[in-house]
Ligand binder design. Structure first.
Ligand code: GLY
Length: 392
């Protein structure tokens, strides 16, 4: 199988940056919706859990353009920076006014937007917004059970659960602990990781999307799917969040037991991929099944492998880097948008939420671009192009 070369990485980053720059005329005061419709994102206000991934793309493009100024019109890096900072103000306004923030996705919203802005530009507004978002996130902590409750009214038995996706919200808390010197953020993140990791990974190394606890005692109760095909199957993106989430869990806790867990969860993901390495929306499906893909899962898992490779011995690191490169090459070759007349996104064939007879999710964004799929493709390319200072 082919791999992505330096030349292809640069071409993909240039192409992605061009598309992002083109989109700024619409998406500076507004944001792209979570998923495209007919491969075109409509615009939305800053209200969904996904808007940070667009601002994150602006920051990744800003990094690329700043380092390759001769490939772009004069002033393009400045234009991206200004757009990113306009969006930071929107995120500050959102957290100050508590607009759609009563859920666990504060990291997805505030790490690629505001933590990134603070790291890249030193913006104090970005720092203020991200610390406030961390405070909002820890308000979801359930001491009985020791986890961050995902969605829904706090303490309601039908909502007393965590979800695997939340592992990637925790870097916001570790960042806030370092920036403020206040250990409560780290303590809650550590607790959540311990609870999540001991419950969402099944014996065969597939993962539960959601896991419920007894609100009276905090005892683990049962796993269930929301967006996967059925309870016992492995939702592709859930497994991918597990890959990346275990890598960041290791980054921040350095608990050695997370290394074999990362390897096992990643191997389950890799051994359930079709020939071109881009999963169907649930790992139950493979070549020959008439089911939609979720290309975003491929990019998320590749980013997780690249992150974890920083902490592994040379042989293991090489294995995960080579694997991530083959996955990203497949996206580059067959899923990435090359004709801007056909889509305003970066990557085609993702699946947000596919209703099946056995799951509980809404049905939308099936076989479309989605905004985190675009973001993680660009993050993976950026990681492959240099020693990237992560936003997470
Ligand atoms: N975190 C929600 C999703 O991956 O669809």
């Amino acid at each position: 199988m082919d791999t992505i070369t330096t030349e292809k990485i640069n071409s993909a980053l240039k192409n992605s940056a061009d598309q992002i720059i083109k989109n700024l005329s619409v998406f500076t005061d507004k944001f792209p919706k979570a998923y495209s419709i007919g491969n075109f994102y409509p615009s939305t206000d800053n209200v969904d859990w996904t808007t940070g991934f667009w601002t994150g793309q602006i920051w990744l493009a800003y990094e690329y353009v700043s380092e390759h100024e001769d490939e772009f019109e004069h002033g393009t890096a400045e234009k991206l920076k200004n757009a990113g900072l306009i969006q930071v103000r929107s995120f500050l306004d959102r957290i100050n006014n508590k607009i759609e923030v009563d859920h666990h996705d504060m990291g997805f919203l505030y790490s690629p937007s505001c933590v990134a802005a603070y790291k890249l530009t030193g913006s104090e507004e970005a720092k203020e917004a991200a610390v406030k978002a961390a405070d909002q996130l820890i308000s979801r902590y359930q001491p009985v059970g020791k986890f961050l409750q995902a969605w829904g009214g706090m303490n309601e038995p039908e909502n007393y659960r965590l979800i695997i996706d939340c592992l990637n919200n925790l870097p916001l808390l570790y960042w806030a602990a370092d920036e403020t010197g206040c250990d409560k953020y780290r303590k809650i993140a550590d607790d959540h990781i311990t609870t999540a990791v001991s419950n969402v990974i099944r014996e065969d190394n597939s993962t539960w999307h959601t896991f419920y606890f007894d609100p009276e005692t905090g005892a683990p109760d049962h796993g269930a799917t929301c967006q996967g095909y059925r309870d016992g199957s492995a939702w592709a993106r859930g497994q991918a969040w597990g890959v990346y989430g275990l890598a960041t869990a290791y980054r921040y806790t350095k608990r050695s037991e997370y290394i074999p867990l990362f390897k096992n969860v990643t191997e389950y993901f890799l051994t359930h991929l079709p020939k071109d390495l881009i999963p169907y929306w649930d790992l139950e499906f493979t070549d020959g099944d008439d089911q939609p893909r979720d290309s975003s899962s491929a990019s998320i898992a590749a980013c997780g492998m690249l992150e974890m490779s920083r902490f592994l011995d040379e042989n293991d690191a090489k294995y995960y880097i080579d694997t991530a490169k083959r996955i990203i090459d497949s996206i580059y070759k067959s899923y990435a948008v090359t004709d801007f007349e056909s889509s305003n996104g970066l990557v085609l064939h993702s699946t947000y939420s596919n209703r099946s007879p056995y799951n509980t999710c809404n049905h939308y964004g099936v076989d479309e671009c989605n905004i985190w799929g675009d973001y993680f493709y660009m993050e993976a390319l950026t990681r492959l192009s240099k020693d990237w200072k992560q936003y997470w």
